[in-house]
Ligand binder design. Structure first.
Ligand code: CTP
Ligand code: CA
Length: 225
């Protein structure tokens, strides 16, 4: 019955969506994480699904759940495990949207036992994680559409456009943290979409569901262009 209500616009299309934060372990009880709620990624996965696509959702730890049994959910924890899930799925998809807030750095060593406090300050050495979007951009085949997100607090447009180029993405969705009703944890979001042809779409403040539907519609237009 679930299938009955789906639009058939993206029938036969396979889509990969990432959502949520990643957690980078420090020791068995602690991690480095971020405030991503996963709401935008889940809303995107559902918007693609409602347009008839086959959806693979790779999500970091969040309290989000989808009620659509037809969405295939892979739960991951670290940036490395998200990277592995995404590189395995990417060759089989037509569209990939990387909305996860992937950690940029992880502890070089994960302590096997809980780190005990001492009287000294503690320094944790971090190394860079792999950039999943950039890796997929390097693997991208003709006909595949790759969409990234950019989270910025300043110089938003310039940074977003440079990410579009540097990661070989076809579109970048800019989330500006300047907007007080947008971004982490909020139910609403305000985004600007940039594409490779220099087009810019300013979406107005709306629910993450409505924004997701708009982003999916922009992608549908691109597929038809
Ligand atoms: N991203 C990724 N893998 C990483 C880091 C980021 O795939 N290790 C992706 C995000 O999912 C997003 C895009 O890259 O789609 C941009 O993420 P963002 O954090 O805004 O940019 P960074 O390239 O990480 O640069 P910075 O954080 O310094 O702005
Ligand atoms: Ca980052």
């Amino acid at each position: 019955t679930e299938n009955f209500f789906r639009e058939k616009t993206l029938a036969g299309k396979k889509v990969l969506v990432t959502a949520g934060p990643t957690y980078e372990a420090i020791d068995p009880v602690r991690f480095i994480g971020n405030h991503s709620s996963g709401k935008m990624g889940f809303a995107l996965a559902e918007a693609f699904y409602l347009q008839g696509a086959d959806v693979e959702l790779v999500t970091g730890p969040t309290s989000q759940r989808t009620s659509y049994a037809g969405i295939a959910v892979t739960g991951v924890t670290s940036a490395q495990s998200m990277y592995e899930a995404c590189t395995a799925l990417f060759p089989g998809v037509d569209i990939a949207v990387m909305s996860a807030a992937v950690a940029d750095y992880k502890p070089i060593e994960v302590a096997i036992e809980k780190i005990k406090k001492t009287n000294e300050d503690l320094t944790i050495q971090l190394s860079k994680t792999r950039d999943i979007l950039k890796s997929l951009g390097e693997e991208k085949k003709p006909g595949q559409l790759l969409v990234g997100f950019a989270l910025e607090t300043n110089n938003e447009r310039a940074y977003a456009q440079s990410k579009l180029q540097a990661k070989n993405a076809d579109m970048i969705v800019l989330n500006s943290l300047r907007d007080k009703d947008a971004g982490f944890g909020h139910d609403t979001n305000k985004v600007t979409v940039f594409d490779r042809d220099g087009n810019e779409y300013n979406l107005s403040l709306a629910s993450k569901q409505a924004i997701a539907a708009d982003i999916v519609n922009i992608i549908i237009q691109k597929l038809h262009a």
